[in-house]
Design a protein around this ligand. Structure first.
Ligand code: ZN
Length: 610
């Protein structure tokens, strides 16, 4: 109960109450309300994920009363804002939150665990967002019976050995920075440069078969590489990786000193694995990516992200830097940490580059626009996305790479992208100053001492391809584009030199053995034959096409210009069309260390072990 000295603190209480109904019970004591009553609200989106999600739709049974028990009227005035009657006394608001969204962005609660982001469960008190927020995390009958533990970096005031008890955040914006995981997770502790780090795994995994030693060794190397890259003072006193392990899922969301991740069981390393699997490297890249955000976006950030109001979208061109640069470094860090060789790194980079070269949409949308309109385009992709938009993650990472090569060439390797990153960390990240639109571009020019006006006009605000062949040449790396060798070819090195015709589609195979089109590439043979996303191809030249292998085998024996009869279902109607097979486009990237090294700039320091 608040005393008179605690008027500038809000008191929240959250209990994982009903695992069958997936309901958290939440209460909130507002010590001082406005003269004309009080508005409270819930965010419409969560920082780091640019989609209006209207978390308020999961609020149930909202009530308000004075601390002496007098009922107050509380009613919605917008979809995520409520108005409470004026009151002379402190007010208690209580409600339930339905938590059945198994993602890193929402809240999820059943018999096996409870997880929530503050944006899903904690109401903000209008005009009092700067007040401190106390949170009592209460145990329930179920959590006690299951001996649940708590994993969060929310600063603790007084908690029991399981982690239930009192926590405090500096203000509302801080309160939503610390997701909370509660359950019987597997917890592994390690230190990186002396800082306590923890990774917790929720979900069913074979704990005895997990290669914990390798995982900790790799994570330590990744965290230390990033801590060393940015240098002291370190922005964190502790760090937590909260991992939800599922059958099939992948993603992450960054926070101040933690990250919520989701991965598949096969993303983890097991004792019987002969070497690090591709899936495991993908997981390490995800950890590396989210950890990098500790600096780049959580502290170095656009000015517009420093708003406390999360009711409306905020707009910025700058995601090329915050997601693109982070995506460029996430893989590079694995190489710098000694986890992957130079050759493996270049091959992974080539695959990343291929994801851009395959997209016709890169000529229609600039990366700056992709960032600005992420709310409706990137976060709401439909079947036409490859033809219409470009990702600020993938092309943003190519801009990062191109910028690094350009600056190195122009300064005889004296300056690089890392100098810009460190400048931003010192002058913005450490001081809390936000970045205005266009400011990063001028800082790049200023730090590198190189004119980059054309570079940004062409590749960030324009839609031109970066000239990687010439950008790489002085560094002894050969960049080439080649056609796909089959449907599954994602780019990189290949032994094969035969390139079959292709249909220009992405597809899945169905349970009833058809090829279901998910995307049609513009001007491809399928596009010209008027095939569309959702169509199910049943036969080509009257041969059944039950799966991807059958299609691949069929195409192997065809030639460019050949006409093929295609039977397909659109909805429930059988259709026939004729495909004129095209030669595959050269849209797969290969990178190789050249036999002849360039003049002067023989090595990139990020490939210094070559
Ligand atoms: Zn990211």
């Amino acid at each position: 109960m608040p005393s008179k000295n605690d008027l500038d603190i809000h008191y929240y209480n959250i209990t994982p109450l009903d695992p069958k109904g997936h309901l958290f019970a939440v209460s909130l004591i507002i010590t001082r309300t406005g003269k004309n009553g009080q508005k409270i609200s819930l965010p419409s989106w969560i920082p780091g994920s640019y989609l209006i999600r209207d978390f308020s739709k999961h609020i149930i049974d909202l009530q308000a009363e004075t601390l002496t028990g007098k009922t107050l009227t509380i009613q919605p005035i917008e979809k995520s804002i409520w108005q409470i009657d004026a009151s002379d006394e402190a007010v208690k608001v209580s409600y339930q939150v339905y938590a059945w969204d198994l993602s890193v962005r929402g809240a999820h609660f059943d018999k096996s665990h409870a997880f929530f982001n503050g944006t899903s469960v904690f109401m903000a008190i209008e005009n009092q967002r700067e007040f401190a927020c106390n949170v009592t995390l209460s145990s329930s009958k179920h959590s006690k019976a299951e001996n649940w533990l708590v994993a969060t970096t929310l600063p603790a005031l007084c908690v029991d050995s399981s982690g239930f008890g009192e926590y405090q955040a500096k203000n509302y914006r801080d309160l939503i920075e610390y997701p909370v995981e509660i359950g019987n997770f597997l917890a592994l502790n390690f230190k990186a440069n002396g800082i306590a780090h923890k990774i917790v795994f929720t979900g069913q995994i074979e704990r005895n078969k997990l290669d914990k030693e390798l995982l900790i060794k790799d994570l330590t190397a990744i965290c230390e590489t990033e801590l060393n890259l940015f240098g002291k003072p370190y922005p964190i006193q502790q760090y937590l990786f909260q991992v939800m392990v599922v059958n099939n899922g992948y993603g992450g969301l960054e926070h101040l000193d933690s990250t919520a991740l989701m991965c598949s069981r096969n993303n983890l390393p097991y004792l019987n694995d002969e070497k690090r699997s591709e899936k495991y490297l993908q997981f390490l890249e995800l950890c590396s990516h989210e950890y990098f955000h500790t600096w780049n976006v959580k502290r170095i950030q656009p000015e517009v992200y420093q708003t406390t109001d999360l009711s409306q979208p905020v707009y910025t061109n700058q995601l090329w830097w915050f997601e693109g640069i982070t995506s460029f470094y996430d893989g590079l860090i694995l190489n710098m940490a000694g986890i992957i060789s130079n050759e493996d790194y270049l091959n992974r980079l080539a695959k990343e580059m291929t994801r851009v070269y395959r997209m016709p949409g890169r000529f229609k949308q600039s990366v700056a626009e992709s960032s600005y309109l992420t709310w409706t385009k990137f976060y709401q992709q439909d079947e036409n996305a490859p033809n219409a938009i470009i990702s600020y993650y993938t092309k943003g990472s190519l801009i990062a790479l191109g910028l690094d090569l350009t600056i190195r060439s122009a300064t005889n390797n004296q300056k690089s992208l890392t100098d810009i990153l460190l400048h931003l960390w010192q002058h913005y990240g450490q001081t809390g100053k936000g970045l205005k639109e266009g400011e990063i571009e001028s800082i790049c020019e200023q730090v590198a001492g190189v004119s980059l006006k054309n570079f940004f006009n062409d590749f960030l605000y324009g839609t031109k391809d970066l000239p990687f062949e010439s950008l790489f040449a002085p560094f002894g790396i050969d960049f080439t584009l080649r056609p796909a060798v089959n449907n599954k070819d994602t780019g990189g090195a290949t032994e094969t030199t035969t390139y079959p015709t292709n249909l220009g589609i992405n597809f899945t195979t169905t349970e009833h053995q058809t090829i279901k089109i998910t995307h049609v590439w513009e001007k491809s043979s399928s596009y010209e034959a008027a095939l569309a996303a959702g169509d199910e191809i049943v036969a080509l030249n009257q041969y059944k096409m039950p799966n991807s292998q059958a299609l691949e085998d069929f195409l192997k024996n065809t030639t460019v210009g050949e006409k093929v009869i295609c039977h397909f279902f659109r909805l429930d109607e059988l259709n026939e069309t004729t495909l004129t097979l095209q030669s595959p486009k050269s849209d797969r990237v290969e990178l190789k260390i050249s036999q002849k090294m360039g003049r002067g700039l023989t090595k990139l320091d990020w490939l210094k072990n070559a």
